[in-house]
Write a protein that binds this ligand. Structure first.
Ligand SMILES: Nc1ncnc2c1ncn2[C@@H]1O[C@H](COP(=O)(O)OP(=O)(O)O)[C@@H](O)[C@H]1O
Ligand SMILES: [Mg+2]
Length: 315
């Protein structure tokens, strides 16, 4: 994208005592773009969002919004930024509409204009029929959608969504996806964190993969998969068979890389199904012992595995 970034973070650091939550993190976010922050639990996604939305001051580094330095005291910051936090911020003993009135007041939206906007966002998240029910009676997915409605009430230019689909039903998930796409199409810049690689792959234009507080790879999902993901075979093989199997795998056509990690062997290949058959055949003939085996299709999970040696779920 050639456009100036709406939001730019440069070399952000944040530590808690001796824990480094985020280190050397730089990113650009453009209008109309959905940028995914993909990483396991503890990777530093929420800390990053907290800094980018002005809730937390970085220990080091800079953030600019529209080219201007930015911090918790930036004027009208709240007006331009929408935050949908990982933890729900809702009053269970109020209705959805009453909850939104509370947020509308915070954003300075009152009177008839406020009521109109509340009706609009309720409609956008598909909650109009349930608007006057107590939030206590809502399902997890409905609460998530209401949380999202609160975050977009004031039509922010930048929207931060922190794992908005955790624990939601497929229908709510779909509604959230559709809304995020529509918001981006209308020009909103969206930063979306998730530990689900399928979500990042289908929803995001660009993905930054995080691990241990750092961005370890960044790009369009298809480009990342083509460059680093390919297919991956994860084999647990005891020594000395592991060495022999590694040597055999390296010589196979289509195999790009073979990495030894602890007890496992990672084989990166253009054609995982064919390579797997070849490896199994050889192991059968030579009596190599394979204790466990997993096949990864070319996807972002394979990218993460290739970069870190672990799966997103392993954390
Ligand atoms: N308020 C805090 N105090 C101490 N440690 C924290 C705090 N918030 C986050 N951390 C630590 O910082 C790291 C990154 O956390 P977080 O940003 O929540 O990751 P993610 O959102 O990717 O799961 C983790 O090791 C976490 O335990
Ligand atoms: Mg988090």
């Amino acid at each position: 994208m050639t456009q100036e970034p709406l939001l730019r973070a440069q070399r952000l650091y944040k530590g808690y005592g001796h824990i480094v939550a985020v280190q050397d993190l730089s990113l650009d976010l453009h209008p109309g773009e959905i940028l995914g922050l993909l990483g396991p639990n503890g990777a530093g996604k929420s800390t990053t969002i907290a800094m980018l939305s002005g809730l937390l001051t970085p220990d080091r580094g800079s953030i600019t919004l529209n080219g201007k330095p930015f911090g918790p005291h930036t004027l009208d910051l709240k007006a331009r930024i929408g935050l949908v936090p990982q933890d729900l911020a809702l009053y269970p003993d109020l209705t959805a509409r009453e909850n939104l009135r509370f947020w509308a007041r915070i954003y300075g939206l009152s009177g008839r204009g406020g009521e109109r906007r509340i009706a609009e966002v309720l409609d956008l998240v598909g909650l109009t029929p349930y608007a006057d029910r107590l939030v206590r009676t809502y399902s997890g997915g409905m609460k998530r959608r209401l949380n999202l409605a609160a975050g977009i009430l004031h039509q922010p230019a930048v929207l931060f969504l922190d794992e908005p689909t955790v624990g939601v039903d497929p229908q709510s998930r779909h509604a959230i996806f559709e809304l995020v796409r529509a918001l981006a199409e209308s020009g909103t810049a969206v930063l979306y964190t998730t530990h689900y690689m399928e979500e990042a792959q289908t929803l995001c234009h660009r993905v930054a993969i995080m691990d241990h507080g750092r961005i370890i790879a960044e790009g369009a999902p298809e480009a990342l998969i083509r460059q680093i993901g390919q297919g991956m075979i994860h084999l647990e093989v005891p020594e000395p068979d592991r060495d022999a199997l590694a040597r055999y795998a390296r010589a196979l056509e289509g195999v790009h890389r073979v990495v030894q990690r602890e007890r496992a062997l990672l084989v990166q290949t253009a054609d995982p199904h064919r390579t797997l058959l070849q490896l199994l055949q050889a192991a059968g003939q030579r009596r190599w012992r394979i204790h466990a085996l997993r096949l990864f299709e070319p996807n972002l999970e394979a990218v993460f595995l290739a970069l870190t040696g672990k799966t997103l779920r392993d954390g």
